[in-house]
Design a protein around this ligand. Structure first.
Ligand code: TRP
Length: 337
């Protein structure tokens, strides 16, 4: 039986956090056997907010290294940089011509991000979900692992795909979200009501995957708990709950097992336990990332390999779409590379 296809991506717009690792990366690795997986580093999405070019380049490479260090097999999966496959922009344009201002204006992420931008809202920020739809539809992905903050974009992707299929005939697979049954959301250690996001202002509550040992220890030891003093798992103790989630996920234990582990112990020991678990996972990951970053030509070869494989698939979909909407087929590809 043919495997179902998965597509997902992370923006190289900030330093990846433990939330990205536990919420996305580590789960992607678990999917690589069962599905045909395509994972992208979506640098074209990152530039919807102004980026420092040097930093963007460095972060894109680092994200690639992190994908690999986390265990994504670049032969088993297709791993590539979005801007290396120009079909994303091409399909994005066509889909933009089949999307409506009204539906894009209703996207909550757009409303949030643009609310402080006055008259200077980049149209790329507005069109962002259309590009995301192109990412997914180009590969006819069946499933898209995303966090809750992206479900509205995925819904829009489905709407656009259905609309296109209705207008031009069966073209796109209608994708569904994939929600990991084992993934818990990871919250900010300082404000455990907010998710741990790489774009937060205050970094003290965020564990970055590449933070050094001292910083990780400090951030965990200063994490916000409560005055109840008992380790239990409930919504009235969001800080403690979050620490327990982190511990359980990293140690691959259930919440019950984790509670049993901390039975009769205090917050200091909880934090120490979390610190150990974090260091045991992240220090080896960092070592691998550093090794990869020291081997740029290897990373570059992998990026080329990934882009070639992605492009081979993307071209087929784009050609089909272009034919359906009435573009004259390009006879050769020679002038494009
Ligand atoms: N918008 C996603 C995010 O910020 C990143 C993304 C871009 C994506 N294209 C995608 C995720 C396609 C899944 C599928 O998290």
């Amino acid at each position: 039986m043919k495997k179902q296809r998965i597509f997902s991506g992370i923006q190289p717009s900030g330093n990846l956090t433990l939330g990205n690792y536990l919420g996305a990366l580590r789960n992607w690795v678990a999917l690589q056997e069962e599905y045909e997986c395509i994972y992208s580093i979506v640098d074209m999405h990152a530039i919807t907010v102004r980026q420092n070019p040097q930093e963007l380049r460095e972060r894109s490479l680092l994200t690639m290294a992190l994908y690999l260090a986390a265990g994504l097999d670049p032969q088993e999966n297709i791993v590539f940089i979005q801007s290396h496959v120009p079909e994303h922009a091409q399909l994005g344009w066509i889909l933009g011509c089949n999307s409506y201002m009204g539906e894009l204006s209703r996207m909550t992420q757009y409303k949030d991000k643009s609310s402080r931008m006055g008259d200077s809202i980049p149209t790329g920020l507005f069109n962002y979900p259309v590009l995301m739809a192109a990412d997914i539809l180009l590969y006819n992905a069946h499933l898209v692992p995303v966090g809750e903050d992206q479900t509205q974009h995925l819904e829009l992707t489905r709407d656009i795909a259905v609309r296109f299929n209705n207008a031009y005939g069966e073209t796109f697979v209608i994708p569904k979200g994939y929600f990991n049954p084992f993934g818990a959301r990871i919250y900010d250690l300082q404000t455990p009501e907010k998710i741990m996001s790489k774009s937060s202002q205050n970094q003290q509550g965020i564990l970055f995957l590449l933070d050094d040992e001292k910083t990780l220890k400090r951030k965990i030891s200063r994490s916000v708990t409560d005055s109840l003093g008992t380790i239990s798992y409930n919504d009235h103790q969001p800080g403690v709950k979050n620490l327990l989630n982190i511990f359980a996920l990293l140690r691959e234990l259930s919440i019950e097992e984790s509670l049993a582990y901390f039975e009769g112990k205090g917050y200091k020991q909880l934090k120490d336990g979390v610190t150990e678990a974090v260091l045991d996972s992240l220090l080896p990951l960092q070592k691998k990332v550093n090794e990869l970053m020291d081997n740029r030509s290897y990373l570059e070869d992998l990026m080329l390999h990934g882009a070639q494989r992605a492009r081979a698939l993307a071209k087929v979909t784009l050609a089909d779409v272009e034919e359906k909407i009435g573009f004259i087929p390009r006879r050769t590809d020679e002038y494009r590379d």
